[in-house]
Design a protein around this ligand. Structure first.
Ligand SMILES: Cc1cc2nc3c(=O)[nH]c(=O)nc-3n(C[C@H](O)[C@H](O)[C@H](O)COP(=O)(O)OP(=O)(O)OC[C@H]3O[C@@H](n4cnc5c(N)ncnc54)[C@H](O)[C@@H]3O)c2cc1C
Length: 532
């Protein structure tokens, strides 16, 4: 506990605390107030033109921010070149397929053994409909999109401390929360306990709504009935022919439910970023990066690890080493530079910028996250549990199991997301496990929800983001204090260098943040270049 207190309370962590103590509505209010649920301010495709004759821009990093900068600046007439650490485009926009290898910091290498056509997204995996910037580039690149199922009422919510550790269907928990809350509120209303809070003529409308919302009976009580079963499901659903009468289900005991912390099921779907529609590229999130890489054929120089960045009155020079062949350091030079290297990595790279930008870079820590992809022999979640896409949640470190939103009803092996540990105290210990142990933990914890895990598991892959050598963390973990002090300095143009990427946005940990930051950075750099 003490250790946890030593970390700056980031916005997401704070929201978790608010949520834990005050529940979903307070959580949502806080999110809106803190700008976390803010939608994208994408104002349509950028139109830059009139680059000074012969002007050049060196871009560091071929993630989305870097590739958008290259694409738009090239269109405006600049000569562009990207130096990229990896041997592929996309950065965190990345999918792992069977046959791929992934080498983490320290050299441990995983060989992905998924069957042909199966994949896992270690990083981004869902795009909300209002992230119009990234969706614009998906359309431009002809990346085929399909629906991402975020909320599935048949999926599970699970707490090790409630209902004897047995998972409950999302739909049962959600209906029972609504039903009991509606009953309490209806009683308070009809017993005049809300007098002074609402007017007499509002009461009738409120009671009518509560009755429908909570499936209450004529006495405004939430109890086993056909109406309740149409929300939370039946013990025996209605059938056809003889012996087809349905059997109603019994709501969960109110006290145990209210003490269970399973309210997650109630507030998650309310968060703007998780409201439908959400999308995913067909074939894996990495399809966006791949398509961009193709478009920028010849512009990206791969396997280049930038080790220093120097600017003077004539331009910017980056020194880099070849990550595959080694050898003597080389240099690349241009008039201007857009640097999209994550701040965690950049803080270790010498770069002669002013103290405000340097302090901003050095002050930003990245939040922890780890994901595990598991291949099973068959889609038992569909075949046995009737779960088609969506997410189950647990209070164990794996936090999230996500079922594929594609390939429904197909036979044979399939991959699901077996863990998405994200920015809680337990994430640090989960992330510090070896890849093999993360897979083992995901199997043990997941089996509490799906006992089929033990029999059906085939192989897996695990990515701990603090061990990803080219980001050293999931995403910028701005605190409110840090943002006030450093954010503008992080984003300002420093002579000939501007930084871009999700860490330079108010939508951290979203691709939309990388897109918006890149567009804003190149607009300001272009203005400086044309007036220089
Ligand atoms: C676990 C996880 C879940 C996420 N979920 C979602 C989601 O569901 N939806 C969503 O929209 N977003 C999500 N995101 C966020 C999204 O991935 C990022 O916001 C976005 O991809 C960042 O793009 P970028 O261009 O800023 O950075 P990056 O993609 O990291 O690009 C930076 C590039 O710099 C390169 N680089 C680093 N060091 C050097 C060096 N020394 N020399 C040269 N090059 C270097 C890197 O290799 C990389 O290619 C998630 C991220 C993570 C990690």
């Amino acid at each position: 506990m003490q250790q946890q207190d030593e970390f700056p309370v980031s916005r997401r962590a704070l929201l978790k605390l608010i949520g834990a103590s005050a529940g979903g509505a307070a959580m949502y209010e806080a999110m809106v107030e803190m700008g976390y649920a803010a939608t994208s301010d994408f104002a349509g495709p950028i139109k830059l033109s009139g680059a000074p004759k012969g002007a050049s821009v060196l871009i560091l990093g071929a993630g989305l921010a870097g590739m958008i900068a290259a694409y738009e600046l090239r269109k405006a007439g600049y000569k562009v070149q990207i130096l990229e650490y990896n041997d592929r485009p996309g950065g965190r926009n990345w999918s792992l397929y069977g046959g791929d290898t992934y080498k983490e910091m320290g050299g441990v290498t995983q060989h992905v053994q998924f069957d042909k056509g199966l994949y896992f997204n270690p990083g981004p995996w869902r795009i909300p409909y209002h992230h119009q910037g990234i969706l614009h580039y998906c359309q431009m690149l002809n990346v085929a999109m399909e629906s991402f199922v975020m909320v599935n009422n048949s999926a599970y919510v699970h707490s090790t401390r409630a209902f004897d550790g047995k998972p409950k269907r999302y739909r049962e928990v959600a209906s029972d929360y609504d039903g009991y809350t509606a009953e309490l509120l209806a009683k308070a209303t009809s017993q005049d306990k809300l007098d002074g809070l609402i007017d007499e003529d509002e009461k009738d409308g409120l009671l009518q709504m509560l009755r429908r919302w909570g499936a209450l009976d004529k006495n405004y009580e939430y109890r086993k009935s056909d109406a309740v079963s149409t929300f939370r499901g039946y013990d025996v659903p209605p059938g056809g022919g003889l012996n087809s009468i349905s059997v109603d289900s019994e709501p969960l005991p109110r006290k145990e439910l209210f003490n269970s912390s399973l309210w997650l099921a109630r507030f998650l779907p309310k968060i703007w970023e998780f409201q439908g529609s959400l999308f995913q590229p067909v074939g894996g999130m990495g399809m966006i990066g791949k398509a961009f890489g193709k478009l920028l054929n010849g512009v990206i120089k791969y396997d280049c690890k930038v080790t220093s960045i120097h600017q003077d009155e004539k331009g910017v020079t980056a020194t880099y080493i070849d990550t595959k062949k080694g050898g003597a350091p080389k240099t690349a030079h241009a008039d201007w530079c857009v640097c999209t290297i994550p701040a965690t990595v950049l803080s270790q790279i010498p770069m002669n910028v002013g103290a405000p930008m340097r302090n901003a870079i050095d002050s930003l820590s990245y939040i922890p996250a780890a994901k595990v992809g598991l291949q099973f022999k068959r889609r038992f979640w569909e075949e046995d549990d009737a779960i088609y896409g969506g997410n189950s949640y647990t209070d164990q470190p794996i936090f999230n199991i996500s079922y594929p939103s594609h390939g429904f009803f197909s036979k044979g092996p399939a991959v699901l997301l077996g863990a998405y540990a994200f920015q809680s105290t337990s994430t640090y210990s989960f992330e510090s496990l070896s890849a093999q142990d993360m897979i083992k933990a995901a199997l043990e914890q997941g089996a509490k929800i799906h006992p089929q895990y033990n029999k059906e598991f085939q192989n897996g892959v695990a990515v701990a983001w603090h061990r990803v050598p080219w980001t050293l963390g999931c995403s910028g973990g701005w605190t409110d204090e840090g943002r006030t002090k450093h954010y503008d300095n992080m984003c300002a143009v420093d002579n000939r260098i501007v930084l871009a990427g999700e860490h330079c946005s108010r939508l951290p940990a979203w691709q939309e943040g990388a897109v918006l930051s890149s567009l804003d950075a190149i607009k300001r750099l272009h203005q400086r270049a044309v007036t220089a």
